[in-house]
Ligand binder design. Sequence first.
Ligand code: ATP
Length: 278
Amino acid sequence: MSIRKLLGKNDTAQCHRLHEPDQALHIEDLTVAYEGKPVLWDIDINIPPGVMAAIIGPNGAGKSTLIKAVLGLVRPTAGHICIHGHPPAESLRRIAYVPQRSAVDWDFPTTVLDVVMMGRYAHLGWFRWPGRRERRHAMEALESVGMAELSHRQISQLSGGQQQRVFLARAMVQDADVYFLDEPMAGVDATTEKTVVRLLQELRDAGKTVIVVHHDLQTVRDYFDWLVILNVRVVAQGRVPEVYTGENLRRAYGGRIALIDSGTGEDSSGAVAREASR
Ligand SMILES: Nc1ncnc2c1ncn2[C@@H]1O[C@H](COP(=O)(O)OP(=O)(O)OP(=O)(O)O)[C@@H](O)[C@H]1O
Protein backbone atom coordinates (compact mmCIF):
# COMPACT_ATOMS: atom_id res chain seq x y z
CA MET A 1 0.00 0.00 0.00
CA SER A 2 1.34 3.46 -0.88
CA ILE A 3 2.29 5.94 1.82
CA ARG A 4 -0.42 8.27 0.54
CA LYS A 5 -3.08 5.59 0.89
CA LEU A 6 -1.81 4.68 4.31
CA LEU A 7 -1.92 8.31 5.41
CA GLY A 8 -5.43 8.64 4.04
CA LYS A 9 -6.50 5.56 5.95
CA ASN A 10 -5.01 6.87 9.17
CA ASP A 11 -6.69 10.24 8.66
CA THR A 12 -10.03 8.54 8.18
CA ALA A 13 -9.59 6.50 11.33
CA GLN A 14 -8.50 9.59 13.26
CA CYS A 15 -11.51 11.59 12.13
CA HIS A 16 -13.79 8.75 13.13
CA ARG A 17 -12.06 8.51 16.48
CA LEU A 18 -12.03 12.29 17.02
CA HIS A 19 -15.38 12.81 15.41
CA GLU A 20 -17.22 15.64 17.06
CA PRO A 21 -20.58 15.09 15.40
CA ASP A 22 -21.62 18.68 16.01
CA GLN A 23 -18.62 20.26 14.29
CA ALA A 24 -18.43 21.40 10.67
CA LEU A 25 -14.68 21.94 11.14
CA HIS A 26 -12.71 20.13 13.82
CA ILE A 27 -8.97 20.69 14.08
CA GLU A 28 -6.79 19.06 16.70
CA ASP A 29 -3.11 19.61 17.57
CA LEU A 30 -2.36 21.14 14.17
CA THR A 31 1.15 22.40 13.53
CA VAL A 32 2.28 23.76 10.14
CA ALA A 33 5.83 24.87 9.41
CA TYR A 34 7.54 26.45 6.42
CA GLU A 35 11.23 25.61 6.11
CA GLY A 36 11.23 24.28 9.67
CA LYS A 37 9.65 27.43 11.17
CA PRO A 38 6.17 26.87 12.66
CA VAL A 39 3.56 29.39 11.50
CA LEU A 40 0.69 27.52 13.18
CA TRP A 41 1.52 25.91 16.48
CA ASP A 42 -0.51 23.13 18.10
CA ILE A 43 -3.91 24.59 17.37
CA ASP A 44 -7.35 23.23 18.20
CA ILE A 45 -10.38 24.73 16.46
CA ASN A 46 -14.06 23.82 16.46
CA ILE A 47 -16.57 25.56 14.22
CA PRO A 48 -20.18 24.35 14.43
CA PRO A 49 -22.37 24.00 11.33
CA GLY A 50 -24.61 26.83 10.20
CA VAL A 51 -22.51 29.74 11.40
CA MET A 52 -20.77 32.54 9.58
CA ALA A 53 -17.29 32.51 11.10
CA ALA A 54 -14.45 35.02 10.77
CA ILE A 55 -10.81 34.13 11.17
CA ILE A 56 -8.93 37.24 12.20
CA GLY A 57 -5.38 37.96 13.34
CA PRO A 58 -2.45 40.22 12.49
CA ASN A 59 -0.42 39.95 9.27
CA GLY A 60 1.50 36.69 9.16
CA ALA A 61 -0.69 35.10 11.88
CA GLY A 62 -1.20 32.00 9.75
CA LYS A 63 -4.79 32.61 8.59
CA SER A 64 -4.25 31.72 4.93
CA THR A 65 -2.01 28.84 5.94
CA LEU A 66 -4.81 27.44 8.08
CA ILE A 67 -7.18 27.39 5.10
CA LYS A 68 -4.48 25.92 2.86
CA ALA A 69 -3.88 23.15 5.39
CA VAL A 70 -7.59 22.31 5.45
CA LEU A 71 -7.64 22.15 1.66
CA GLY A 72 -4.53 19.98 1.51
CA LEU A 73 -2.50 22.69 -0.24
CA VAL A 74 0.14 22.61 2.49
CA ARG A 75 1.10 19.52 4.44
CA PRO A 76 0.89 19.86 8.24
CA THR A 77 3.79 18.73 10.41
CA ALA A 78 1.31 17.30 12.89
CA GLY A 79 -2.37 17.22 13.74
CA HIS A 80 -5.77 16.27 12.39
CA ILE A 81 -8.39 18.09 10.38
CA CYS A 82 -11.96 16.83 9.99
CA ILE A 83 -14.83 18.28 7.98
CA HIS A 84 -18.14 16.97 9.28
CA GLY A 85 -16.24 14.02 10.74
CA HIS A 86 -14.23 13.13 7.60
CA PRO A 87 -10.75 14.02 6.39
CA PRO A 88 -10.91 16.91 3.88
CA ALA A 89 -9.56 14.65 1.10
CA GLU A 90 -12.73 12.56 1.45
CA SER A 91 -14.99 15.59 1.59
CA LEU A 92 -13.85 17.64 -1.41
CA ARG A 93 -17.34 17.86 -2.83
CA ARG A 94 -18.55 19.28 0.46
CA ILE A 95 -15.96 22.07 0.46
CA ALA A 96 -15.97 25.24 -1.63
CA TYR A 97 -12.97 27.54 -1.65
CA VAL A 98 -12.67 31.13 -2.79
CA PRO A 99 -8.97 32.11 -2.89
CA GLN A 100 -7.57 35.61 -2.57
CA ARG A 101 -8.12 37.42 -5.85
CA SER A 102 -4.40 38.16 -6.08
CA ALA A 103 -3.67 34.40 -6.13
CA VAL A 104 -5.38 33.96 -9.53
CA ASP A 105 -4.17 34.52 -13.09
CA TRP A 106 -6.86 36.84 -14.41
CA ASP A 107 -5.24 36.95 -17.86
CA PHE A 108 -6.20 33.33 -18.48
CA PRO A 109 -8.33 33.36 -21.68
CA THR A 110 -11.75 32.23 -20.45
CA THR A 111 -15.18 33.73 -19.95
CA VAL A 112 -17.13 34.56 -16.82
CA LEU A 113 -19.68 31.81 -17.56
CA ASP A 114 -16.97 29.16 -18.02
CA VAL A 115 -15.35 30.05 -14.70
CA VAL A 116 -18.68 29.68 -12.91
CA MET A 117 -19.50 26.39 -14.66
CA MET A 118 -16.15 25.01 -13.44
CA GLY A 119 -17.77 25.02 -10.02
CA ARG A 120 -20.02 22.17 -11.20
CA TYR A 121 -17.24 19.88 -12.43
CA ALA A 122 -16.99 17.94 -9.17
CA HIS A 123 -20.68 17.04 -9.51
CA LEU A 124 -20.49 15.91 -13.12
CA GLY A 125 -18.53 12.69 -12.78
CA TRP A 126 -16.40 11.11 -15.50
CA PHE A 127 -16.96 11.72 -19.22
CA ARG A 128 -19.62 14.35 -18.81
CA TRP A 129 -19.34 17.88 -20.14
CA PRO A 130 -21.38 20.61 -18.50
CA GLY A 131 -24.75 20.75 -20.26
CA ARG A 132 -27.88 22.86 -20.24
CA ARG A 133 -28.56 22.18 -16.57
CA GLU A 134 -25.09 23.32 -15.47
CA ARG A 135 -25.42 26.38 -17.67
CA ARG A 136 -28.74 27.24 -16.04
CA HIS A 137 -27.25 26.81 -12.55
CA ALA A 138 -24.33 29.05 -13.50
CA MET A 139 -26.58 31.74 -15.00
CA GLU A 140 -28.80 31.75 -11.90
CA ALA A 141 -25.73 32.22 -9.70
CA LEU A 142 -24.47 35.03 -11.93
CA GLU A 143 -27.86 36.70 -11.70
CA SER A 144 -27.79 36.54 -7.90
CA VAL A 145 -24.46 38.39 -7.85
CA GLY A 146 -25.60 40.91 -10.50
CA MET A 147 -23.25 39.61 -13.19
CA ALA A 148 -25.57 37.86 -15.67
CA GLU A 149 -25.10 40.56 -18.30
CA LEU A 150 -21.33 40.03 -18.31
CA SER A 151 -21.48 36.23 -18.63
CA HIS A 152 -19.64 36.20 -21.99
CA ARG A 153 -16.97 38.69 -21.02
CA GLN A 154 -13.33 37.56 -20.76
CA ILE A 155 -12.26 37.47 -17.12
CA SER A 156 -9.27 39.71 -17.97
CA GLN A 157 -11.78 42.52 -18.57
CA LEU A 158 -13.34 42.59 -15.11
CA SER A 159 -12.94 45.07 -12.26
CA GLY A 160 -11.82 43.82 -8.84
CA GLY A 161 -15.38 43.85 -7.51
CA GLN A 162 -16.64 41.97 -10.58
CA GLN A 163 -13.91 39.35 -10.18
CA GLN A 164 -15.00 38.77 -6.60
CA ARG A 165 -18.63 38.36 -7.67
CA VAL A 166 -17.64 35.76 -10.27
CA PHE A 167 -15.75 33.81 -7.63
CA LEU A 168 -18.74 33.94 -5.36
CA ALA A 169 -21.05 32.69 -8.13
CA ARG A 170 -18.67 29.79 -8.76
CA ALA A 171 -18.66 28.88 -5.06
CA MET A 172 -22.47 29.02 -4.98
CA VAL A 173 -22.95 26.53 -7.82
CA GLN A 174 -20.67 24.09 -6.02
CA ASP A 175 -23.48 23.46 -3.55
CA ALA A 176 -21.00 22.67 -0.77
CA ASP A 177 -21.58 22.31 2.98
CA VAL A 178 -18.57 24.32 4.11
CA TYR A 179 -17.39 27.47 2.33
CA PHE A 180 -13.88 28.85 2.85
CA LEU A 181 -13.18 32.36 1.59
CA ASP A 182 -9.83 34.12 1.84
CA GLU A 183 -10.40 37.87 2.24
CA PRO A 184 -13.46 38.15 -0.04
CA MET A 185 -14.06 41.75 1.03
CA ALA A 186 -10.50 42.98 0.42
CA GLY A 187 -10.27 45.83 -2.08
CA VAL A 188 -13.88 45.70 -3.29
CA ASP A 189 -16.31 48.61 -3.46
CA ALA A 190 -19.03 49.09 -0.84
CA THR A 191 -21.80 47.72 -3.11
CA THR A 192 -19.87 44.53 -3.83
CA GLU A 193 -19.08 44.13 -0.13
CA LYS A 194 -22.80 44.34 0.67
CA THR A 195 -23.59 41.77 -2.04
CA VAL A 196 -20.87 39.42 -0.75
CA VAL A 197 -22.08 39.68 2.85
CA ARG A 198 -25.74 39.21 1.87
CA LEU A 199 -24.98 36.07 -0.17
CA LEU A 200 -22.78 34.59 2.53
CA GLN A 201 -25.46 35.24 5.14
CA GLU A 202 -28.01 33.57 2.86
CA LEU A 203 -25.76 30.51 2.61
CA ARG A 204 -25.48 30.50 6.41
CA ASP A 205 -29.25 30.84 6.77
CA ALA A 206 -29.64 27.83 4.46
CA GLY A 207 -27.60 25.78 6.98
CA LYS A 208 -24.19 26.03 5.32
CA THR A 209 -21.03 26.86 7.25
CA VAL A 210 -19.18 29.90 6.00
CA ILE A 211 -15.58 30.48 7.14
CA VAL A 212 -13.97 33.75 6.11
CA VAL A 213 -10.46 35.14 6.56
CA HIS A 214 -11.30 38.73 7.37
CA HIS A 215 -9.29 41.89 7.98
CA ASP A 216 -11.72 44.66 8.77
CA LEU A 217 -12.07 44.46 12.55
CA GLN A 218 -14.76 47.12 12.56
CA THR A 219 -17.27 44.94 10.71
CA VAL A 220 -16.72 41.69 12.65
CA ARG A 221 -19.71 42.21 14.94
CA ASP A 222 -22.05 43.20 12.11
CA TYR A 223 -21.19 40.42 9.68
CA PHE A 224 -20.26 37.35 11.72
CA ASP A 225 -21.68 35.19 14.51
CA TRP A 226 -18.59 33.06 15.20
CA LEU A 227 -14.98 34.18 15.63
CA VAL A 228 -11.54 32.58 15.69
CA ILE A 229 -8.70 34.93 16.72
CA LEU A 230 -5.38 33.57 15.55
CA ASN A 231 -1.77 34.52 16.05
CA VAL A 232 0.30 31.38 15.36
CA ARG A 233 -1.73 29.90 18.24
CA VAL A 234 -5.47 30.25 18.81
CA VAL A 235 -5.96 33.33 21.01
CA ALA A 236 -9.72 32.84 21.42
CA GLN A 237 -12.69 31.25 19.64
CA GLY A 238 -16.43 31.11 20.05
CA ARG A 239 -19.49 33.30 19.62
CA VAL A 240 -18.69 36.85 18.58
CA PRO A 241 -20.23 38.64 21.61
CA GLU A 242 -18.08 36.57 23.98
CA VAL A 243 -14.85 36.52 21.96
CA TYR A 244 -14.69 39.96 20.35
CA THR A 245 -13.35 41.78 23.40
CA GLY A 246 -10.67 44.38 23.89
CA GLU A 247 -8.62 41.97 25.95
CA ASN A 248 -8.60 39.22 23.29
CA LEU A 249 -7.84 41.71 20.50
CA ARG A 250 -4.96 43.17 22.48
CA ARG A 251 -3.59 39.67 23.11
CA ALA A 252 -3.59 38.98 19.36
CA TYR A 253 -2.61 42.37 17.93
CA GLY A 254 -0.61 43.95 20.75
CA GLY A 255 -0.15 47.66 20.11
CA ARG A 256 -1.27 47.42 16.50
CA ILE A 257 -4.94 48.22 17.18
CA ALA A 258 -6.82 51.21 18.39
CA LEU A 259 -9.81 50.40 20.57
CA ILE A 260 -12.72 52.73 20.20
CA ASP A 261 -15.27 52.76 22.98
CA SER A 262 -18.68 52.52 21.36
CA GLY A 263 -20.55 53.28 24.52
CA THR A 264 -20.43 50.45 27.02
CA GLY A 265 -16.81 50.56 28.15
CA GLU A 266 -13.63 49.76 26.26
CA ASP A 267 -13.12 46.22 27.39
CA SER A 268 -16.67 45.03 27.06
CA SER A 269 -18.45 43.84 23.93
CA GLY A 270 -18.90 47.54 23.20
CA ALA A 271 -15.30 47.73 22.07
CA VAL A 272 -14.74 48.36 18.40
CA ALA A 273 -11.24 47.84 17.10
CA ARG A 274 -9.41 49.40 14.23
CA GLU A 275 -6.06 48.05 13.07
CA ALA A 276 -3.63 50.96 13.40
CA SER A 277 -1.69 50.04 10.27
CA ARG A 278 -1.82 47.34 7.64
N1 ATP B 1 5.07 29.23 0.98
C1 ATP B 1 5.64 29.83 2.04
N2 ATP B 1 6.94 29.60 2.34
C2 ATP B 1 7.53 30.16 3.42
N3 ATP B 1 6.87 30.97 4.29
C3 ATP B 1 5.57 31.22 4.06
C4 ATP B 1 4.89 30.65 2.93
N4 ATP B 1 3.60 31.07 2.94
C5 ATP B 1 3.48 31.87 4.04
N5 ATP B 1 4.65 31.95 4.71
C6 ATP B 1 4.90 32.69 5.96
O1 ATP B 1 4.06 32.09 6.95
C7 ATP B 1 3.54 33.08 7.81
C8 ATP B 1 2.01 32.98 7.80
O2 ATP B 1 1.54 33.35 6.51
P1 ATP B 1 0.00 33.42 6.16
O3 ATP B 1 -0.10 33.89 4.74
O4 ATP B 1 -0.66 32.16 6.53
O5 ATP B 1 -0.47 34.57 7.17
P2 ATP B 1 -1.81 35.45 7.16
O6 ATP B 1 -2.28 35.50 8.55
O7 ATP B 1 -2.75 34.94 6.13
O8 ATP B 1 -1.18 36.84 6.73
P3 ATP B 1 -1.83 38.13 5.99
O9 ATP B 1 -2.84 38.70 6.93
O10 ATP B 1 -0.65 39.03 5.84
O11 ATP B 1 -2.41 37.66 4.68
C9 ATP B 1 4.08 34.42 7.34
O12 ATP B 1 5.20 34.73 8.10
C10 ATP B 1 4.48 34.13 5.89
O13 ATP B 1 5.54 34.95 5.50
